[in-house]
Ligand binder design. Structure first.
Ligand SMILES: CC(C)(COP(=O)(O)OP(=O)(O)OC[C@H]1O[C@@H](n2cnc3c(N)ncnc32)[C@H](O)[C@@H]1OP(=O)(O)O)[C@@H](O)C(=O)NCCC(=O)NCCS
Length: 317
């Protein structure tokens, strides 16, 4: 675990020098715990003396293999990445996965590596960062209070109450239908159960969830939500990875109010926090506008690449 941490922090320092270094807290859980039904395999590449050169992981989700790969800066361009990828591709194939996906951080060597090995670019998000020291708290307070009548805002730390679980799961699911090709809808009781498991999984991995919800008062349904985690491994930077407004509730300023409320709550609950990072599809202009008003600054692109596992295994054989 210590060697992994040194290697990871070495790669971070080289590739993302402004990102916080990771600590050892809950690291084993972070690397190993998965959702029920999912599996995560890890390979380590070492030199003859046993020093860690790189690692690769394969997360086996429902129908999709997601890989992750890092090589320590001193060992790059020596074929370690290619070797790890070949092992992962063979294993993915033998486990029955036909498609592999990877998230690539813009401005790093990974942007050259994956296309060179035949991966195709499928999706781009922008990561933005908000340094809390620059926040205009009076304005944020004003934004949080600027909620139109007919809605109320709820804040939940760690978990969600039973009453809104199903409606919350549906709200998350609805926006996913906007993404072409991702129409794998299931009955909502199944989704509610998955949601409860995913929150438990986050906590087990040392990622403390915070949630702010906009509830449509007349129907009692969830109209919008924003989710964030404070990771034990880098507790000064929070990850705000999902903000969703159900389409029929678009245009009422809900995203603005819930994101502002989240910041106010975090300021009180996590006093060590110095930054929040968030990701959004480049075409979601409304969310970009809200982020800008809160003081988030675009940092770098996060790109998704995919490849057919069979083609990859053949190419690397
Ligand atoms: C991407 C990465 C895994 C590649 O590992 P690697 O061991 O250096 O890759 P390989 O030596 O196997 O390279 C395979 C091929 O990819 C391409 N490639 C890799 N790095 C490249 C670079 N910097 N520029 C251009 N092409 C590159 C080349 O075609 C190379 O083949 P060649 O050396 O015969 O020309 C490694 O650079 C890495 O870990 N990057 C970190 C990325 C990251 O996300 N960091 C942030 C989080 S810590």
């Amino acid at each position: 675990m210590a060697a992994w941490l040194r290697a990871y922090n070495g790669a971070l320092a080289a590739d993302l020098p402004d990102d916080p270094q990771w600590g050892p807290e809950r690291l084993r859980e972070y690397l190993t715990v998965t959702m029920p039904g999912e599996r995560r395999l890890t390979w380590l590449a070492e030199d003859e003396a046993g020093a860690l050169l790189g690692y690769g992981r394969l997360l086996m989700l429902d129908g999709l293999g997601v890989l992750e790969l890092y090589v320590v800066p001193e060992a790059r361009r020596g074929g370690v990445g290619r070797t790890l990828l070949a092992v992962i591709a063979r294993r993915a194939l033998s486990e029955g996965f036909t498609s592999l996906a990877v998230e690539v951080i813009g401005g790093t060597t990974a942007v050259e590596f994956y296309p060179a090995l035949g991966f195709s670019h499928v999706y781009t998000e922008m990561r933005s960062i908000l340094p809390l020291a620059t926040v205009d708290w009076t304005h944020v307070q004003h934004m949080a209070e600027g909620i139109v009548s007919g809605y109320r805002i709820e804040y939940h730390a760690g978990d969600l109450p039973d009453e809104i679980l199903t409606s919350y799961a549906e709200a998350k699911q609805v926006r996913r239908m906007d993404v072409p090709g991702d129409l794998d809808l299931r009955p909502s009781s199944y989704e509610a159960e998955r949601l409860r498991s995913s929150l438990r999984c986050l906590r087990d991995r040392g990622l403390k969830p915070y949630i702010v919800v906009a509830v449509h008062e007349r129907s009692g349904r969830v109209a919008g939500l924003t989710e964030l985690v404070v990771p034990a491994q880098h507790p000064t930077r929070a990850d705000q990875y999902d903000t969703t407004i159900v389409r029929e509730h678009d245009g009422y300023g809900l995203a603005r109010a819930i994101k502002a409320r989240m910041l106010l709550e975090l300021r009180a609950a996590e006093t060590q926090l110095s930054e929040v990072q968030t990701w959004h599809a480049v075409e979601r202009e409304q969310l970009q506008q809200v982020n800008k008003e809160l003081g988030f600054r675009p940092d770098r692109e996060w790109l998704e690449y995919e490849i057919d596992a069979g083609d990859l295994a053949e190419r690397l054989a």
